[in-house]
Design a protein around this ligand. Structure first.
Ligand code: 13P
Length: 334
């Protein structure tokens, strides 16, 4: 398959991406929050519950895994990548090594992981991966994000993308403007504009084929602590406007992160965006928390009850699938 075909498969109509690439540290937080100990066995058990649900066939075009998960064997006797492929979903892998303190602007971060990346990519390809993820993180504050942060993260994203396309995989480019803080929606619009511009500038310098990437941006939303609440329609209008102005039309797929929005909020906003989408971009979800939260809760209470866990996960994925086509409504949630 060409890179463009892989990107199209990941973001096919009615499908999106399941971000199950939480590091062991992040999984520790998630499992502890529902009162479950974060052991290898428990992590795999939860993920296997997701990967065996019907939703995988119908609504999930790709799954992002963490380094340890891509090497694991499921209780069915096949490996995790084999289980995902069996559902006709594309296997992905997070390849960055996390956001570290940025020298010269220590309250901000630079995402690391370029050293040795070429070698790691060839191993991940052998293990079944056909796409990858790298996440850059930007905070909004009085002095942030700085030019240093915007430029250095964009350059790292582009160098990563070049290595990934060289290895015949699709890079997910994830520049995440965080929702932390009390900024309003217009501040998010402005910062996201600057960040996207610099990313595409660097991607062009590195000669990245834009048809062979998936962009994973944040939506244009106010900070968690903002006193100004906005409607989903306003989020949709500003998000689509920002994408149209700053993302070259050659890009195949745009798959949003949920970034701490509630499950229904993330679905509602995606639906509002797709209801007014007049572009050729395939606009869908690449959610972590917004696909897993309810499933995690029920799993923590009824670990052996696969049917109940699947029901909850299937429902959430179906709602997002409808939203990716602009066909969701609140009435379908009950
Ligand atoms: P959330 O949807 O929980 O933000 O996670 C998506 C992701 O992959 C972050 O890197």
């Amino acid at each position: 398959m060409s890179l463009e075909e892989i990107a199209k498969k990941m973001c096919a109509k009615g499908k999106g991406i399941l971000a199950a690439d939480e590091s062991t540290g992040t999984m520790d937080k998630r499992l502890t929050s529902v009162g479950v100990e974060c052991t290898d066995k428990n992590r795999l058990n939860f993920r296997e519950n997701l990967f065996t649900a019907d939703a995988m066939k119908n609504y999930i075009g790709g799954v992002i895994l963490f380094d340890t998960t891509i090497r694991e064997k499921t209780s069915l006797g096949i490996s995790v990548p084999e289980l995902i492929e069996k559902n006709n979903s594309v296997v992905g892998i997070k390849v960055d090594k996390g956001a570290k303190k940025l020298a010269g602007s220590p309250e901000e971060t630079i995402t690391e992981g370029l050293d040795g990346l070429r070698e790691r990519l060839s191993e991940y390809y052998r293990l079944g991966a056909r796409f990858t993820k790298w996440r850059a993180v930007y905070s909004i504050g009085k002095k942030y994000p700085s030019i240093q942060s915007i430029k250095s993260n964009a350059q790292a994203l582009a160098r990563y993308a070049a290595l990934v396309q060289e290895a015949n995989m699709v890079p997910i480019i994830e520049p995440e403007v965080l929702m932390d803080g009390d900024h309003n929606i217009d501040a998010c619009y402005k910062v996201t504009t600057d960040v996207l511009n610099e990313c595409f500038n660097e991607l062009s310098i590195q000669k990245i084929s834009l048809k062979g990437i998936v962009l994973k941006p944040n939506m244009i939303v106010p900070g968690f602590k903002s006193s100004k609440k906005v409607t989903s329609e306003e989020v949709a209008k500003k998000t689509l406007d920002c994408l149209k102005k700053n993302v070259p039309s050659d890009v195949t797929g745009i798959a949003f992160l949920s970034g701490g929005q509630s499950e229904q909020e993330a679905t509602h906003n995606l639906d509002s965006i797709n209801k007014i989408n007049d572009t050729n971009f395939l606009i869908t979800y690449s959610y972590g928390r917004a696909l897993q939260k309810s499933a995690l809760k029920i799993w923590s209470k009824e670990m052996g009850n696969t049917k109940a866990i699947h029901e909850v996960f299937n429902h959430r994925a179906k709602m997002n699938s409808l939203a990716s086509k602009g066909e969701w409504s609140q009435a379908l949630e009950v």
